[in-house]
Write a protein that binds this ligand. Structure first.
Ligand code: SF4
Length: 321
């Protein structure tokens, strides 16, 4: 029941349910919420005011880790919304592992769940440990399989530029996850660049010289390469880059930050897909997608020209709209 054309309403629940803090994370900054708490009562009020089905999204924390009574309270609140409404939330893969994970699954089966989005920044055990994530690749795989086998639609949230991570390892992880997708489904895919945010443990690592973030250009190239691969593998890419906000802008100390990071990564992906479909051109492109090549100072066109070893002028001449 993912998607179905419903309007989405996002509730940000920063760090709700999170145990240890992952080294790069500050959801208060990422969700521009200074710690305001969303309550089931507030959700019920919003739900009652709706006139058509809505997808209620709980992001910014580990929803399945807040305890099943509280999960039920939030999801019961959604029952006040018109029929056809559903819930999407982000969570930690480990929340679905072991006996406690089975309890969570049992609770979820009582509610209309649109998508369970799992934070799977990486499947590399060393990178997971460095980032203070408390799950390991085997636990992630067990959780993914359990969610899938219980018929839920999944979304994966991956990252690039983590300490010790490479683009090759991200695409390898995406392939591993893609091998678990049921044939009739397309899982959602979000990709976030790792940024050094003020006050996080990663800032300390960066200042001590223990972590070198991606440059903006490297981040865009890695982002483009990963979403190119993710789409090829059958994922539906629904977001690239963090939501732009004043609080995010003020908190970034280093890393591949740009307010239009997603668009820039899409320009890289478009150049990659055109050049791999037909090295050297000509390239057929829909008129509405042309801005992916010509926008942001013609970055996509420049990359297409570089990949094809021709001038930008020649690359433009080989575009067919
Ligand atoms: S990345 Fe996810 S699990 Fe880790 S601290 Fe942030 S919200 Fe919590």
């Amino acid at each position: 029941m993912a998607g179905m054309g419903r309007r989405r309403i996002a509730f940000f629940v920063p760090h709700m349910g999170c145990g240890r803090r992952c080294v790069y994370c500050d959801q208060n900054v990422i969700t521009s919420d200074a710690g305001g708490h969303v309550t089931p009562e507030a959700v019920a009020e919003v739900a009652s005011a709706q006139t058509s089905p809505v997808e209620f999204c709980f992001f910014g924390g580990s929803f399945a880790r807040i305890g099943t009574p509280r999960m039920r309270a939030f999801m019961d609140a959604v029952r006040n919304a018109p029929k056809g409404s559903a819930v999407t939330f982000s969570s930690y893969p480990g929340d679905f592992d072991g006996d406690a994970g089975l309890d969570v699954i049992r609770v979820l089966k009582d509610y209309p769940i649109a998508t369970i989005e799992l934070g799977i920044p990486t499947l590399d055990p060393v990178v997971l440990k460095t980032c203070r994530r408390d799950d390991d690749p085997e636990a992630v795989a067990r959780a993914v399989a359990r969610i899938r086998d219980n018929g839920f639609h999944l979304g994966v949230q991956m990252m690039i530029g983590l300490p010790g991570q490479s683009t090759a390892s991200v695409t390898r992880d995406a392939r591993t996850l893609a091998s678990m997708v049921p044939a009739h489904e397309s899982w959602h895919f979000r990709l976030y660049p790792c940024l050094v945010l003020r006050g996080t443990e990663l800032e300390g690592m960066y200042r001590r010289g223990e972590y070198e973030p991606l440059s903006l250009e490297d981040g865009i190239m890695a982002g483009g390469a990963v979403i190119f691969e993710a789409e090829r593998l059958g994922f539906t890419v629904i977001r690239v880059g963090l939501l732009e906000s004043e609080s995010l802008k003020k908190s970034v100390v280093a890393g591949p930050y740009h307010p239009a990071f997603g668009e820039l990564a899409m320009s890289e992906k478009r150049a990659l897909s055109l050049s791999s479909e037909n090295p050297g051109g000509p390239w057929r492109i829909e008129r509405q997608a042309l801005s992916q090549l010509t926008g942001h100072g013609g970055r996509g066109l420049r990359r297409l020209a570089e990949m094809s070893d021709i001038s930008e002028r020649e690359a433009r001449a080989r575009l067919v709209c």
